[in-house]
Design a protein around this ligand. Structure first.
Ligand code: C2E
Ligand code: MG
Ligand code: MG
Ligand code: MG
Length: 292
């Protein structure tokens, strides 16, 4: 009997599982150290106004330079940070770093209209976000409307009342709000209207094949029209080709972000780009114009 139980225990701690659990633990410990030792950095990706061709915003994207593993993308550690609660400290760091950067850019006269920061649902449900934002704005002395917070749709689903209240309070502080990855969640029109955000970001998955897939193009067109009817600015994510930009312009989309303009860049590179960016000219595609 004891032997059988022992076998069960052994089976539970299979070598594979132990290794994965150990990797997780070591990654978590590494991440705590990364925060303290300055291994985290923000890269910035430009957002370009489709009509003027000028940079109107940048999105801050977290990067981790691991001493052994090299650069690690956020998809590989943010979910873990959310599970172990470290996302709160991480999120505070991101917000502070981005606001300090806005300060530098403002002092140098090259600040884009907005710098966007991604906010995790865990930061929202933790309850401390409003205070953190307020304190960070005060500490860095930036104009609140230079800061944009990106929130995904899904968070609204659990804790609706509190999220609405929080967004209203953030809005009252003067920061800009956008819904990230729009179209992948479940927000209804009614939600959207109550949310009172400033911008919608169409998810990369719809933009990706819009010039080849009629279904995706229809979704993009509908989201743009809906966003505008609610008075929101619409940003297309993941724009890689000039044909997509032309199509988006014809559909009256406002802003594009993607590899066509630039990948996310380290601070020095994005700063140079902000200083010397030549407006992009997007060819007008008459055949795609609405009602044309
Ligand atoms: P996201 O906020 O939707 O960011 C857009 C992602 O698409 C970024 O990936 C960006 O590098 C990538 N991207 C931009 N343009 C293109 C393109 O033309 N083609 C393709 N294929 N990809 C493009 P990244 O940097 O790996 O970030 C992934 C996700 O991690 C972000 O998605 C965001 O949800 C999360 N994230 C990043 N930084 C932070 C952060 O500071 N805090 C939190 N909570 N989440 C973050
Ligand atoms: Mg984002
Ligand atoms: Mg997105
Ligand atoms: Mg995303």
């Amino acid at each position: 009997r004891a032997k059988a139980q022992g076998r069960n225990v052994l089976r539970f701690f299979s070598p594979e599982l132990t290794i994965r659990a150990r990797e997780r633990l070591s990654l978590e410990a590494d991440l705590r150290r990364a925060l303290q030792q300055g291994e985290l950095a923000l890269h910035y990706q430009p957002q370009v106004d489709l009509r003027s061709g000028r940079i109107v915003g940048v999105e801050a994207l977290l990067r981790w330079r691991h001493p052994q593993r090299g650069w690690i993308a956020p998809g590989a550690f943010i979910p873990l940070a959310e599970e172990c609660g470290l996302i709160i400290e991480l999120g505070d760091w991101v917000l502070r770093a981005a606001c300090e950067q806005i300060r530098h850019w403002s002092d140098a006269g090259v600040a884009p209209r907005q710098t966007a920061v991604n906010i995790s649902a865990v930061q929202i449900s933790s309850g401390g976000l409003l205070d953190t934002v307020r304190r960070t704005l005060a500490a860095t002395g930036i104009a609140p409307d230079r800061l944009e917070l990106e929130i995904t749709e899904s968070f609204v689903m659990f804790e609706r009342e509190r999220s609405f209240k929080l967004l209203a309070d953030l809005r009252a502080l003067g920061v800009q709000l956008s819904i990230d990855d729009f179209g992948t969640g479940y927000s209804s029109l009614a939600y959207l209207q109550q949310l009172e955000v400033h911008k919608l970001k169409i998810d990369i998955s719809f933009v990706r094949n819009m010039t080849r897939n009629r279904g995706n193009a229809s979704i993009v067109k509908a989201v743009i029209a809906m966003g505008h009817s609610l008075g929101l600015e619409v940003i297309a994510e993941g724009v890689e080709e000039i044909e997509q930009a032309a199509h988006l312009l014809a559909l009256q989309c406002d802003v594009m972000q993607g590899y066509l303009v630039s990948k996310p860049l380290p601070v020095d590179d994005i700063t140079r780009l902000l200083e010397s960016f030549e407006p992009i000219v997007i060819p007008v595609d008459e055949t795609l114009a609405i009602g044309g």
